[in-house]
Design a protein around this ligand. Structure first.
Ligand SMILES: Nc1ncnc2c1ncn2[C@@H]1O[C@H](COP(=O)(O)OP(=O)(O)OP(=O)(O)O)[C@@H](O)[C@H]1O
Ligand code: SF4
Ligand SMILES: [Mg+2]
Length: 332
């Protein structure tokens, strides 16, 4: 068995819609090591959520075709039955979604919600489950966990609710935690607290984490590698530092220049990426970014670039006219 916790190969997710097939994720391949944090970034609609849900095997049963492979700790998710997937949900992989209210039952006490997965999945008795739930609430930094055990989600702030969701996700000690925009909608201070908590828990519990976001500032200091997605495909992937300082794909640069926390030039105007993301039902043959790219040539419009190695460090980009390599130039 490989050392990698997650191996994704040529993963493709196509929805059947009334207007025809829509490929939301196309030919995605990457690996994730033990105790590693990987960031997945890209504009809205680039396929980050569909990719995460596909890796978990959480796609709707109808009108969707998944091909390729996603192996979590030796378990092939693609093509697995719901029954088989239930064996790995919670114990091998768990997911924290953007809106904590959709993950929590508003009419059930938070402690009972955590108890439930402990009892159903780990077969704990009532008293042990309660004790473990209180421990988990404490682990995620909920003050007065014994009292909070009996609270309803509506009685907690947004940040505290997200902590409860994280506690629920951690209940069965998953090896991989997928966090899809876990801090969107929370104020900046609380966002940092939740992200710090995920960092801390990753090390304490020896998990791997996939952090999905459209905000490069979020992944800058918290990931070891980054996947940049555009129109459902990986257009650049590499160590975080390489993606930030030695990127070769014009879209990666545009994304960085449009990110307030990253560009850090309070005196200059932020660039917005001109044009709009492509319609996934009408993808042209060439590079999907071509209509918005200042460097586009005829070749870009006609032939899709495949990922090529920038160096030997696992840094790849998909572009016919890459930005010049600035290796050797000292990064800030
Ligand atoms: N069930 C579905 N049926 C048809 N199309 C879908 C379905 N779910 C997602 N899509 C389409 O797949 C594409 C990728 O969506 P996805 O939600 O993965 O984007 P995202 O990168 O997560 O965006 P955001 O940053 O806004 O969360 C979008 O064009 C979306 O409309
Ligand atoms: S392949 Fe061409 S259009 Fe696409 S990003 Fe590179 S230069 Fe721009
Ligand atoms: Mg999303």
């Amino acid at each position: 068995m490989s050392d990698e916790l997650l191996v994704v190969k040529d993963l493709t997710t196509t929805f059947t819609t009334n207007s025809g097939p829509l490929t939301a994720v196309g030919g995605v391949s990457f690996t994730l090591g033990q105790n590693e944090t990987l960031g997945i970034v890209g504009e809205s609609g680039s396929g980050k959520t569909v990719l995460s849900r596909t890796i978990m095997g959480l796609q709707p049963r109808r009108n969707v075709t998944v091909t390729g492979s996603a192996i979590i700790n030796g378990f092939e998710v693609v093509g697995a039955s719901e029954k088989a997937k239930r064996q790995i949900w919670g114990t091998e992989v768990a997911m924290v979604f953007q809106d904590p209210m959709t993950s929590l039952n508003p009419v059930m006490r938070i402690g009972q919600q955590i108890d439930e997965s402990l009892r159903v999945r780990l077969g704990m008795d009532r008293a042990s489950a309660k004790a473990r739930s209180i421990e988990l609430l404490e682990l995620v930094g909920i003050p007065s966990p014994v009292e909070r055990y009996n609270s309803y989600p509506g009685h907690l702030s947004g940040g505290m609710r997200q902590r409860v969701v994280i506690a629920t996700a951690l209940a069965c000690s998953p090896k991989l935690l997928m966090a899809d925009e876990p801090t969107t909608g929370l104020d900046v201070t609380i966002q940092a607290q939740i992200l710090n908590l995920l960092d801390e828990l990753k090390d304490r519990l020896k998990m791997s984490v996939i952090l999905v976001t459209h905000d490069l500032g979020v992944v800058a200091t918290r990931t070891s590698r980054i996947v940049v997605m555009y129109a459902g495909r990986i257009v650049e992937i590499g160590d975080t530092r390489d993606v930030f300082y030695h990127h070769r794909m014009p879209y990666t640069r545009a994304l960085l220049e449009s990110s307030p926390k990253v560009s850090n030039h309070s005196h200059t105007r932020l660039q917005t990426i001109p044009g709009r993301p492509p319609n996934l039902m009408k993808l042209a043959d060439g590079c999907s970014f071509a209509p918005r790219c200042a460097y586009a040539t005829d070749q870009c419009h006609n032939v899709r670039p495949t990922l090529q190695a920038a160096d030997e460090t696992g840094h790849y980009f998909a572009c016919w006219n890459p930005l010049p390599s600035n290796r050797g130039v000292r990064a800030p």
